[in-house]
Design a binder for this molecule. Sequence first.
Ligand code: CUA
Length: 327
Amino acid sequence: MRSAPGAMALMAVAGLSGCSGALSTLDPAGPAAQSIAMVWWWMLGIATLVLAGVLILAGLAFRRRDGQRLSRRGAWRMIVLGGVVLPTGAIVALLTYGLPAGQSMRVAGTDAYVVNVRAHQWWWEVSYPDGDQAPLSSASEIHIPAGRPVTLNITTADVIHSFWIPRLGGKIDAIPGRTNSLHLQADVPGQYAGVCAEFCGAQHARMRVSVIAHAPQELARQRDQLAQAHPAQARLMQNADFARQCLACHALDPRQSAGSAPQAGPNLAGLPQRATLGSGLLPNTPENLNMWLREHQRLKPGNLMPHSELSPAQWDALTALLGERHD
Ligand code: CUA
């Protein structure tokens, strides 16, 4: 029994080592996530105290001798303290702490950077308002300024989804016909992983999103690049396979919204700059792009892009054009 405290310490260390990681709420990278993590630690602390109290009482009960019963008054005291005072106190304390933390994510910062997000089965459409011009449209990656509040206006083109970047803040549902706002901030530049957190169909688990926070100059450079049309736009428009297979659902102009049409596909203008294909499924390399075009129904079954039969040479030509990068 002497090693019991050591074993418990080891288990605690092993358990807490799972607290870091790309999708951990216990590794907060901004104020909203920080307050959520604090609520979690308070709940853990109070739950541990309650558990310890129950175990001590159970231990005392086993030590009682036969026939020694609690007095009627003592029994009532136990019921009132354990059944009324303790749960009421715990709930009041939790709400007092938790409600303001939740509310702080619903109130916009004064100079918030605005991003509109629309969920689709199974990818995220991202658009950046741009003054008098049409918004800049992209997919699956959200570029934001670091150290500045960000307002995300979230909706959906089809079923209910849930937007969640664990290291930056809480989840919020994407609900048909409604726009929900979420206010976040990433304190330092970096990449923050996210997922869809509400079951939304067969490929729910392959509906990733990532937030990339930049220093101001880097964000401006990123936006300038996003504002450019796809580098091979003219040649893609002349490619008969692209015109026949892709153009009905995918735009090459970054200022063209995917819109709320159910069959809308991601805007392809920013495709060469994106880190992944298929909403976080594969790294964006020429080999993977070729594989994705040919075998996307095997890689992400049930996605809305129809399967096409083309010759290897035709696929290679499309891959080369779509994967072309800005200089
Ligand atoms: Cu979208 Cu789950």
